[in-house]
Design a protein around this ligand. Structure first.
Ligand SMILES: C[S@@+](CC[C@H](N)C(=O)[O-])C[C@H]1O[C@@H](n2cnc3c(N)ncnc32)[C@H](O)[C@@H]1O
Length: 154
C-alpha cells in the first residue's frame, strides 16, 4: 500500500467508520477475488451460476455486430480496461478483435498491483502474442490523461 493510500484509508476509518471496498483487492485480496471468480466460472451449481458477474460481457458479446459496424473505419482499436480483475471476463472480446485483426493494445488499469500480476499471467497464457500493458492507478483519485496520451503516442 502506498503512503497516500494509507492516509486515505485512515481518514475513511476516522471520518466515515468504513473501509472502502477497493482496498479489499490489494495483496491477498486479489487472490481471494480470483478464487471466487474461478469458483463461479466453473460451478455446475445453478444457484451459484445466478451470481455470475459477467452480464456486462454477455451484453457486449450481443453487441459485436454493432461494434464491428461502428469500428469499420478504424484499422486498429485499443482496449483500456479499468478494474479488470483477473481479466478473464473480457477474453471473448479480446478474442473477437484479434480475429478481426483490429486489436492494437490491451491495457489494464487497477488499484491492485497483485491483481494486475494475476491478470497478466492469465492474459499472456491465453494470448501469448498480444501486447499487454498495465498501470497501477486508483481511478477515484487519479487522472487517465497521461495513460491515454502515451497510448496514442506509441
Ligand atoms: C469486482 S472486481 C471486477 C473485476 C472485473 N471487472 C469483472 O467484471 O470481473 C473489481 C476490480 O476493480 C478494481 N478496483 C476497485 N476499485 C478501484 C479503483 N478505485 N481504481 C482502480 N481499480 C479499482 C479491483 O482491484 C478489482 O480488480
Amino acid at each position: 500500500m502506498e503512503e497516500d493510500q494509507l492516509f486515505e484509508l485512515i481518514n475513511h476509518i476516522r471520518t466515515n467508520k468504513i473501509i472502502p471496498l477497493k482496498y479489499a483487492y490489494l495483496g491477498q485480496g486479489a487472490h481471494n477475488w480470483d478464487n471466487f471468480y474461478n469458483r463461479l466460472e466453473n460451478t455446475e451449481d445453478i444457484e451459484l451460476r445466478c451470481y455470475r458477474l459477467d452480464a456486462h460481457i454477455f451484453l457486449l458479446e450481443k453487441a459485436f455486430s454493432f461494434l464491428d459496424t461502428y469500428l469499420a473505419n478504424f484499422d486498429r482499436i485499443n482496449i483500456i480496461e479499468i478494474g479488470q480483475g483477473n481479466s478473464k471476463p473480457i477474453f471473448s472480446i479480446v478474442d473477437h478483435f484479434i480475429k478481426s485483426r483490429k486489436l492494437g493494445k490491451y491495457i489494464a488499469i487497477d488499484i491492485s498491483s497483485k491483481m494486475l500480476e494475476i491478470s497478466k499471467n492469465n492474459f499472456s497464457s491465453r494470448f501469448p502474442n498480444q501486447y499487454f500493458n498495465s498501470h497501477v492507478l486508483d481511478i477515484e483519485t487519479s487522472s487517465l490523461q497521461n495513460i491515454l496520451f502515451l497510448t496514442e503516442e506509441n
